[in-house]
Design a protein around this ligand. Structure first.
Ligand code: F6R
Length: 606
């Protein structure tokens, strides 16, 4: 993970670099640091913890005026999250920031130790700076080329050479690196929000390309120093999207953005009574041959995939397997030429999902990526991309990105079903009409926020929680449980309601909180029976159902009734109260909601 930035231009680099880092803190917040280039030297300032700690340190010292700096916010992989291991890291002539993991750093370290290099930090990054210093003989491109040829793993590097003034060098492989092109100023960043305040024009740096940034020019060259022509892209969202806009946390803001996110995802694809879009590189002829679909993703995106399995199988009758990417990539999966692999990822950078994509491509299996971040690694490398258009998601806990992933799976399945003539016109019309109502249904649910807060007040002091449901509700229970545990640190477990009696029910005792998700009318009575089973063992049940449910209020003291549509579409909106519940519980506990401990938004390590 980690976020790297660089600034060179007409303004004071410190403010711009720190501003950029603040926007990348979602990528890690174990430590932060900047390196400022001035006339005679490069000054490094680092601090343990979040960017605000670094800012406090910088405020205490008088820094030289400078227009060129690189910066880093860290999610520790190699070495403790302390000040020593914070970046930038310097070895003699080379100062650099790194995002990624150097897998062969131990071997390289030994080689360098034999050349009399000694190491102060426990990081894999120091091996890169030492290696580059070793190769640096006044030719920066050659030094970079020789260094990266020896590196195994992933890296995005922002580099300053001691004797080359007013120039930042950058190179990347399997970690994102974006060059922001401004007027008399240029930027380097792991992600666009770091510079969107200043420019909307950007270039994505690919493998084996080196960027040379000066105040008034950006040159991209190959490893032999030959210039490469690159397309300058333009961001189509704005600064407002990167602010909290009066919400106390990004997570809450993003939960409330769901109606708009859905509208963006539906735009031009979902018509009043039909779906209408094409899949890039995936013609009907190919769709017709698909025998099996594999959905591969991690965490919340995998939960969207589990819901996707039910949707695809119901609408297209194509069998679907869902696997977490970290398992898929190492299990030698059985893949046949006419299979389709669907990768789901908000960031488009998750290392395991990216590796799964590469595995599928290596086996020549068609890959379709459902991705939020435009031009991210997964989006660029998949054969076909379906962008979800949720807009930037900053809170580590994914909310709106999940909802649009589920929406994407409805749209894709309906489109496949239509193309394969597996759905009647009437049925397609009904689903499209109901999907069009989803943004306003979610708006109605958001109005229940205070009611949900009151339920959170009942449960926030508990140490353990269970989420139960059947069928699609079990997938929602998994996601509700993950949301709660990751931000509130309450241990929670999701269980298929019908499975309770095969073991988990022995954990239920007086006042054990059990959140029952019951959106599926067809099996409502079955879920209710399971809920009563835990109530009779003393559980404190919070039932989430729809307005048509008949509940015996003597048994169910805590319940929330949501608008009714049809069982099949419930995952799109039943998730919202679970997100709000997790949010309020964590907030009442005083947790760091947007940046939970040990986590990062973009998991670029395996
Ligand atoms: C949890 C959460 C994570 C991500 C997972 C995959 O709230 O956000 O579980 O879903 O790390 O990330 P992406 O979707 O970026 O591949």
């Amino acid at each position: 993970m980690c976020g790297i930035v660089g600034y060179i231009g007409k303004n004071n680099c410190v403010k711009y670099t720190l501003d950029g880092l603040k926007h990348l803190e979602y990528r890690g917040y174990d430590s932060a640091g900047i390196a400022i280039q001035n006339k005679n030297s490069i000054k490094i300032i680092k601090e343990c913890g979040k960017i605000k700690e670094l800012i406090k340190s910088i405020e205490k010292i008088k820094l030289p005026e400078s227009n060129c700096a690189i910066g880093h916010t860290r999610w520790a992989t190699h070495g403790k999250p302390n000040k020593l291991n914070a970046h930038p890291i310097r070895t003699n002539t080379v100062t650099l920031v790194h995002n990624g993991v150097i897998e062969n750093h131990e071997i390289l370290k030994k080689e360098l130790e034999n050349k009399n290099y000694s190491f102060k930090t426990q990081t894999d990054t120091e091996v890169v700076s030492a290696l580059m210093d070793n190769y640096y003989k006044k030719d920066p491109i050659k030094a970079i080329e020789k260094t990266i040829t020896k590196l195994e793993g992933s890296y995005a590097l922002g580099i300053l050479f001691k004797d080359i003034k007013d120039t930042i060098f950058a190179v990347a492989k399997n970690s994102p690196l974006i060059i922001g092109i401004g007027e008399d100023e240029n930027f380097l960043a792991s992600d666009i929000p770091a510079f969107i305040n200043h420019t909307k024009n950007y270039i994505i740096l690919e493998k084996d390309e080196i960027a040379i940034l000066k105040k008034d020019s950006v040159k991209i060259v190959n490893l032999k120093g030959k210039p490469i022509g690159k397309k300058v892209e333009t961001v189509n969202w704005n600064l407002e999207t990167t602010k909290k806009n009066g919400f106390s946390h990004y997570m809450l803001k993003e939960i409330f953005e769901q109606p708009e996110a859905l509208k963006r995802c539906f735009n031009k694809r979902l018509l009043k009574t039909n779906v209408n879009f094409e899949f890039e590189n995936l013609p009907l002829e190919k769709i017709k041959t698909i025998k099996k679909i594999h959905i591969v993703a991690c965490g919340t995106a995998m939960h969207a995939g589990l819901i996707g399995k039910s949707i695809i199988e119901k609408l297209t009758k194509i069998p679907v397997e869902v696997e977490v990417a970290s398992e898929f990539r190492y299990k030698d999966p059985i893949l046949n030429a006419d299979d389709l692999v669907i990768l789901i990822s908000q960031s488009g950078e998750t290392a395991d999902t990216l590796a799964a994509l590469k595995l599928a491509k290596k086996r020549k299996i068609f890959t379709l990526a459902i991705v939020n971040v435009v031009a991210s690694s997964i989006a660029r490398q998949a054969d076909s991309v379906f962008y979800t258009w949720a807009g930037p998601e900053f809170a580590v806990a994914s909310t709106k990105a999940f909802t649009v992933q589920v929406a994407a799976l409805y749209l894709i399945s309906l489109n496949f079903a239509k193309m394969l003539k597996k759905i009647k016109q009437e049925e397609l019309k009904k689903y499209c009409e109901l999907l069009n109502e989803m943004p306003s249904i979610i708006k109605k649910i958001l109005k229940l926020n205070d009611e949900i807060l009151n339920y959170a007040k009942i449960f926030y002091k508990d140490k353990n929680m269970f989420f139960i449901g059947r069928g699609l509700d079990y997938c929602l229970a998994l996601e509700g449980s993950l949301k709660l545990k990751e931000i509130s640190y309450i241990h929670s477990e999701a269980c298929k309601a019908g499975e309770l009696k095969h073991g988990t029910i022995s954990l239920i005792e007086k006042n054990t909180p059990v959140i029952v998700v019951a959106s599926q009318n067809e099996i409502f009575s079955k879920t209710l029976t399971n809920a009563k089973e835990v109530i009779s063992r003393g559980a404190n049940v919070f039932l989430i159902c729809d307005e048509t449910a008949e509940i015996d209020e003597k048994n169910f003291k805590h319940f929330l009734k949501l608008p009714k549509t049809i069982d099949f579409l419930a995952p799109l909106y039943f998730i919202v109260p679970l997100q709000l519940f997790a949010y309020h519980v964590a907030n009442l506990k005083g947790c760091n909601i947007d940046k939970p401990r040990n986590l990062a938004k973009s998991v670029t390590v395996e």
